[in-house]
Design a protein around this ligand. Structure first.
Ligand SMILES: [Zn+2]
Length: 237
């Protein structure tokens, strides 16, 4: 999940006009858009060409890369894939922060929270069911989150069977949106409830450095978006 560069084989090229193309690879490090996480960006190149990956999209079980031609034209065969790592790392930090905020908001409110959606590009937010929390609850959420970041905690990925998932994930903030799969990928911040998620995260909370809780935007009588940001990273490693 934190491979920045890899070799791959281009299996199929479908040109789009003279400036763009769709590529399918034998395997890819580009995470497609999904689950609130925007698509990775980066480049794919060989001796004879270089293309910019504008978007990776899940299409009928395959990841399709929509690319812009920079040099030459892509062809089937061996290539090198390079992620836009600073952008991916920011998304990983925001994604981990979103899960941390689920936990801290539940603590601050003293009740289970239920997420409705999230978006980790701009604007960056997590959507929740329920009334807008008080300013005091939001500040407590932020304080709790930053305490946990200062202490640090491992972030672990684990796969559960559908049966285990039903048992262990009942309090997960996105339990209502659990996918109907035989194997469920979960992310657990040490000390917090496991959360089903297929996205990319950092390996330790310490990498977040800090989180700021912005405004809670009321969407309707029973839902709101919690806007947040993570500290500018001192390093992108
Ligand atoms: Zn996640």
């Amino acid at each position: 999940m934190d491979t920045r560069e890899s070799e791959a084989r281009v299996l199929k090229v479908v040109p789009e006009k003279r400036t763009h193309a769709y590529l399918v690879l034998d395997e890819t490090i580009f995470h497609p858009k999904g689950g609130g996480q925007p698509s990775d960006r980066g480049v794919i190149r060989s001796h004879d060409y270089e293309v910019t990956v504008k978007k990776a999209i899940h299409y009928e079980g395959v990841v399709v890369h929509w690319v812009k031609l920079n040099r030459g034209a892509p062809v089937e065969g061996d290539a090198v894939c390079v992620l836009d790592w600073p952008y991916r790392h920011l998304i990983m930090r925001r994604h981990t922060a979103a899960h941390l905020l689920d936990h801290c908001l539940a603590q601050a409110l003293g009740t289970r929270v239920q997420t409705t959606d999230s978006w980790l590009d701009e604007p960056c937010y997590v959507g929740y069911a329920g009334a807008v929390p008080s300013e005091e609850a939001l500040r407590r959420t932020e304080t709790l989150a930053n305490l946990m970041i200062t202490k640090g905690a491992a972030v672990n990925i684990r796969f559960l069977s559908a049966e285990q998932a039903r048992e262990l994930l009942q309090n997960a903030p996105n339990y209502e949106r659990l996918p109907d799969l035989s194997e469920i990928r979960t992310v657990t911040i040490e000390g917090c409830q496991p959360i089903p998620c297929g996205g990319t995260h950092v390996r330790n909370l310490a990498d977040l450095e800090g989180v700021s809780v912005g405004n809670a935007e009321r969407l309707s009588t029973d839902s709101f978006r919690l806007h947040f940001s993570v500290s500018a990273s001192a390093s992108s490693s």
